[in-house]
Design a protein around this ligand. Structure first.
Ligand code: PLP
Ligand code: TYF
Length: 404
């Protein structure tokens, strides 16, 4: 029965982690997979998470099933993080949130919902985008197309290209926007650009999905939500896919959320009924642990409580990434290496863990073969994998592979 099955190709990013593990070189550096690392190269459990887990062990009274869409308290706090407590969307009960297994789960539930309720709609993805986006939506039967995003001469946003592409998207189609810290480029629109993109999407009658996997990793929790809130101001209806893998360091606990916002509360009830039908057929109800940790932390909002402890830990992660961006740019500048014709300024102008370095496939191969430095074939570098120790080694290696 199984002998006719052909092997699937390895995941381009996770496959690199396996190759890295197998590399015997003690000086090897992994800047591939999108996981935060501290200055010692570790991905520790946050102290606020440990404390919340201890409370859960002590206080949890049942392991009975969760509701299909998770706990109402979690849904409320997700909406508050997205829009702020006083937003019209909360006041008029226009949003519904389902707790999903990670951001990936949110995207897959959104994909099944679209395929079953928005027949024929095409999803438009930025070029480039997170490697898994096409696969998740195609697996649900949603066709994907791409829109222009990055200007390769400057490694900055091709804003005119984005707007021109939106003008050509048919009404009723769906566009995915990265809420902040675009993966893989690190390039986000400015607030003015967000407003223009959101108006264009609204005018065309396109449904936006905001993929929000890095809230708090760019400029701050509130600052990073500005683009999403511009979408909320212009577009009456949209979806948001949240992930708490990165900002709570809860990667393996699989905690995320799909939030739908509708014109009014009755419509929101109808749409969530379809979302719940999708979930029931996929995994029935979500894993509880990660969402309980997030709820425990966010609800303890007294001064000195778990929430302020977590916010400080999140700020420390963000600050470390931004310090590494500055040090990386300085290291390249000192060696006379220019990653674009216009220099290396783009490195410090981008947000979040990733930078699209502009390094070619040959450079990437030479970094791996000659220096045991692993980055994704597209040239994406995980800045959060840089440390004060490996940074000079990295900059020397880039100078070496780029010399004419
Ligand atoms: N969306 C984007 C843009 C991501 O970069 C990621 C993870 O890397 C995800 C979604 C998925 O997140 P999760 O690990 O919570 O499934
Ligand atoms: O590095 C990235 O962009 C992601 C990280 O189950 C990742 O691919 C790895 C495993 C996973 C989800 C995301």
């Amino acid at each position: 029965m199984f002998n006719a099955v052909q092997p699937a190709p390895p995941d381009p990013i996770l496959g690199l982690t396996e190759a890295f593990r197998a590399d015997p070189n003690p000086a090897k550096i992994n800047l591939a997979v999108g996981v935060f690392k501290d200055a010692e190269g570790n991905t520790p459990v946050l102290a606020s998470v440990k404390a919340a887990e201890q409370r859960l062990v002590d206080d949890e009274t049942t392991k009975s099933y969760m509701p299909i869409d998770g706990s109402p308290a979690y849904g409320k706090l997700v909406q508050t993080m997205l829009f702020g407590a006083d937003h019209d969307i909360l006041a008029n009960a226009r949003a519904r949130t389902a707790n999903t297994p990670g951001g990936t789960g949110a995207l897959r539930v959104a994909a099944d919902y679209l395929s079953q309720n928005h027949a024929g709609a095409t999803l438009w993805l930025s070029n480039p985008t997170w490697a898994n986006h096409h696969g998740i939506f195609n697996a649900a039967g949603v066709e994907t197309q791409t829109y222009a995003y990055l200007d390769p001469n400057t490694n900055a946003l091709d804003f005119d290209g984005v707007l021109a592409a939106i003008q050509d998207i048919p009404a009723g189609d769906v566009v995915l926007l990265h809420g902040c810290c675009h993966n893989p480029t690190g390039v986000d629109p400015s607030l003015e650009q967000w407003k223009a993109i959101a108006s264009a999407v609204a005018e065309r009658g396109i449904l936006p999905i905001v993929d929000f996997a890095y809230q708090g990793f760019g400029q701050g929790l509130e600052e990073d939500a500005a683009g999403l809130r511009a979408v909320a101001a212009a577009c009456g209806e949209f979806l948001v896919c949240s992930s708490f893998s990165k900002n709570f360091g809860l990667y393996r606990e699989r905690v995320g959320a799909l939030t739908l916002v509708a014109q009014d509360s009755d419509t929101a009830d109808t749409v969530i009924s379809q979302v719940k039908a999708v979930i029931r057929r996929n995994y029935s109800n979500p894993p509880a642990h990660g969402a309980s940790v997030v709820t425990t932390i966010m609800s303890d909002d007294a001064p000195g409580g778990l929430r302020s402890q977590w916010e400080a830990e999140l700020a420390a992660m963000r600050d470390r990434i931004n310090e590494m961006r500055s040090a990386f740019k300085a290291g390249l500048d000192e060696r006379g290496v220019n990653l674009t014709p216009e220099g290396n300024d783009f490195v410090t102008q981008q947000n979040g863990m990733f930078t699209m370095s502009g390094l070619s496939k040959d450079h990437v191969a030479a970094l791996r073969e000659n220096h045991a430095i692993y980055i994704v074939g597209s040239g994406r570098i995980n800045v959060a994998g840089m440390t004060p120790t490996n940074l000079p080694v990295l900059c020397d290696a880039i100078a070496d592979v780029m010399q004419p």
